[in-house]
Design a binder for this molecule. Sequence first.
Ligand code: KG4
Ligand code: ZN
Length: 346
Amino acid sequence: MAAAGVSKPVLGVETSCDETGVAVYDPARGLLAHRLYSQAAMHAEYGGVVPELASRDHVRKLLPLIEATLREAGIGMHGLGGVAYTAGPGLAGALLVGAGVARALAWALQIPALGVHHMEGHLLAPLLEPDPPQPPFVALLVSGGHSMLVNVAGIGRYALLGDTLDDAAGEAFDKTAMLLGLPYPGGPALAELATRGRRDAFAFTRPLLDRPGLDFSFSGLKTQVLLAWQRSDRSAGVRADIAAGFEAAMVETLVEKCRRALRAADSTRLVVAGGVGANRALREALAHSGAQDGFRTWFPRPEFCTDNGAMIAHVGALRLAAGQQGDAAIRIRPRWPLDSLEAAVA
Ligand code: KG4
Ligand code: ZN
């Protein structure tokens, strides 16, 4: 579906889960504006994302957010050259809101639109920062729904090196946080509590490090944490120790898998993205390990680790510039393998 590439600013729309994200990315000038509305407070009452409530809230918030973002970018709707939206993976109802609005807007403006892969958005988010990495590199993608190691040969040229066998890294953080009675979303709250605990008070296993391979599994660690909590006096000190012990096991496992992946790919360049990439202990441990082993790690700024519209506008702009665009149908892909994407060559 090659067409003349888009060179004007691209609107990005992210509605795959519980954040409404909108941004404008200009191929020549970079990111012009980005806005985020988080539904976290609404879902907190239920201890997790309620899909139907998420869809309804995207309906309420998306149009005003688009208007505000365009104002901030200093361009009107007619200044746009294309629209990109998250087509998957994610919650079907939530995805449909973004896809429907984005396609309708593009249709009205007679400009191209493109459905973007949410994880490709995360994967390339470090390229929004100054001094970005150039492919080839290895990427660790750790979010609420995924834990993956990917060999990145170029934009859209992704080979899966490792995947999760059960819970995603963010999910493991969220479930542990919930067990310890922390508010949703659990990852940041657990990381904060961990700073007050002792990392070695509990000897939790480092999942799958005793075996070769690049897959992840966190269910055993989750069970150990559950048992430790049930057998404890549930004091504030124990709570912080369990949080610190859990985070240490997660971080050590992720760092070791990254080192293995870099060796397997014969690379010294690592990119870390997705919500868990905001974790300070992980960022510090990778910097430390890289200094010893001779690899460098690139992260997005913390606000672009978690879901946002900037990463979608960015990938959309890259792919639209390469002449890719979809037809007018409103299609979503709640399940969508990352390694099935088309390469993008401008
Ligand atoms: O990428 P993301 O915003 O959404 C998905 O695409 O899933 O990732 C959200 C996940 C949640 O599980 C959240 O608890 C986790 O990222 N997370 C963190 C931190 N910040 C967000 N986990 C550990 N430490 C953090 N600082
Ligand atoms: Zn995400």
